[in-house]
Write a protein that binds this ligand. Structure first.
Ligand code: GAP
Length: 480
């Protein structure tokens, strides 16, 4: 079947309680979303899988949970105050605002050489406004994406000493704690520090459901290595991250690696490779069907050097009189002191959730020619692992047995009990939310102490003894 587009997923997500438009009863808040019961479980499962894979299963990793609001100097020396901005233009006719670089993407130049000689306002002079169709643009100007706030009750809005930002990436909280973690956990290079948490960006053009929002969650890891080992380790992390997404069910056909051209690189990066997902399959054969799922950057020693008290910089450019620490590393073996290089796999929780939902979406036709949605989520991501369903809800013995089976499964796997419809409807509901197994309790169960286990993906059924059920389900979940 054709891949679903984002609209299909928006509709499923709302109908089945994964994601709702935020503040809906007050007319919503552009591109803000609330995660419902199933969406929360799905997000938690994605984060849990990432943490297990990134931190618990490795010997060279530590975790951290740093503040969202940091000292403003962090964003000064990281370069975000100066460079974390998008170029904006306004349409003078309808006052709509657009990203200048996105307008350029929509109108590939007839002659790149000619464009490079023109002033930015002249390049877009004849572009029609996507909103009103007229061509009357302002000069492009930079708009910083960091959310500003003021600290303390007495702070005035424009008091620069009270100005603070909501973090636009979790990474900086890791860099400023590099020494704390390295010394308290007695780490030697190479090692990494991982963090999951919210980030905030005042995006000019949020949209496409949970793909681009102003508040989102990141899963980031900074891996510290000796200079000179960075290129090899970078490539290793690119391959590991690509395989992680595949191991959780994303089809290789919907994934690709994208080497960022030099002109796209962030100010700190030596090389960045993005993992792209086919988020927009309806733009078939078009480069724009792909977009970023995560990025894996070689950040060099930029950040540790930038945050260090008086770093050794031959040109004196990144001299930092505000920091009290030197974040360099002393190698006991070689007796050398240096700033480690950093490899950074940075993923979005929300974009990952969107990709997992899109990839899992399938439709299947029943014997009665009805179309059913079957969400073939990887078993470790599925919000509910097993649904226990009584075949006759007016028979107390069956209901009692079903409820006690649900309770017995609960400590080891997420199970629910549901008797709010006929069995066909209950199966359809669980298929649509990606529950790998349904367990049906019927009249015969009272006699043979067995239940029917139905597989979401094949719709095949098998009879399993109640006494063996937990082990059986756990084994089958591990295989899925
Ligand atoms: N520390 C590096 C960094 O933040 P990034 O490419 O800007 O790199 C990493 O962000 C990931 O965070 C992206 O690949 C994407 O998955 C997610 N992300 C970034 N901005 C986002 C937004 N506005 N909405 C949702 N996810 C976003």
């Amino acid at each position: 079947m054709a891949a679903p587009n984002i609209e299909t997923i928006v509709s499923l997500a709302k109908r089945r309680g994964f994601v709702f438009p935020s503040s809906d009863i007050y007319g919503g808040l552009g591109s803000a979303w609330d995660y419902g019961s199933l969406g929360t479980e799905l997000c938690n499962n994605v984060k849990q899988e990432w943490w297990r894979w990134m931190v618990h299963e490795r010997d060279d990793m530590e975790g951290i949970d740093s503040s969202i609001i940091l000292n403003r100097q962090v964003w000064k020396y990281s370069g975000h105050e100066e460079t974390f901005s998008d170029p904006l233009v306004d349409c003078r006719e309808c006052n709509s605002r657009f990203r200048y670089d996105k307008l350029l993407d929509e109108h590939p130049p007839v002659s790149a050489a000619l464009h490079s000689l023109m002033r930015p306002p002249d390049v877009i002079r004849d572009f029609p406004c996507p909103n009103c169709g007229k061509s009357n643009w302002t000069e492009p100007r930079d708009f910083n994406l960091m959310f500003r706030t003021t600290l303390g009750a007495a702070a005035e809005e424009d008091d620069p000493t009270a100005l603070a930002y909501l973090r636009p990436e979790t990474a900086q909280g890791i860099f400023i704690n590099f020494l704390n973690i390295q010394t308290t956990m007695r780490r030697k290079l190479p090692f990494g520090i991982a963090q999951i948490g919210k980030s905030f960006r005042n995006e000019v053009t949020p949209g496409n459901f949970i793909f681009r929002t102003r508040e989102f969650e990141q899963m980031e890891m900074e891996y510290f290595v000796k200079p000179g080992e960075d290129e090899r380790v970078h490539q290793e992390w690119i391959d590991l991250c690509f395989d992680w997404y595949k191991s959780l069910g994303l089809s290789a056909d919907n994934l690709r690696l994208y080497e960022q051209p030099v002109k796209e690189l962030a100010h700190y990066a030596k090389r960045t490779v993005d993992i792209h997902y086919r988020f927009f399959p309806e733009r078939a054969e078009d480069e724009r069907q792909w977009d970023e799922l995560m990025g894996i950057a070689n950040r060099t020693d930029f950040d540790l050097r930038a945050h260090s008290k008086k770093p050794e910089d031959a040109e004196g450019k990144r001299l930092n009189p505000d920091s009290t620490e030197d974040l360099s590393y002393f190698d006991e073996a070689t007796k050398e002191r240096f700033y480690p290089f950093v490899i950074e796999p940075a993923a979005g929780v929300n974009r990952s959730v969107l990709a997992f939902l899109m990839d899992a979406y399938t439709e299947r036709t029943t014997d009665k020619n009805e179309t059913r949605v079957v969400l073939k989520l990887h078993s470790s991501l599925a919000p509910i692992k097993a649904a226990v369903l009584p075949l006759a809800k007016n028979k107390p013995e069956i209901v009692h047995l079903a409820k006690s089976i649900k309770c017995s499964l609960q400590p080891s796997l997420r199970a629910v009990y549901d008797d709010t419809g006929g069995i066909g409807k209950l199966y359809a509901r669980q298929d649509e939310i990606g529950t790998p197994f349904c367990v049906t309790v019927d009249h015969q169960s009272l006699e043979d102490e067995a239940v029917t286990v139905r597989d979401r993906d094949t719709w095949e059924q098998e009879r399993v003894k109640v006494a063996d059920l937990r082990e059986h389900l756990q084994k089958r979940l591990n295989e899925k």
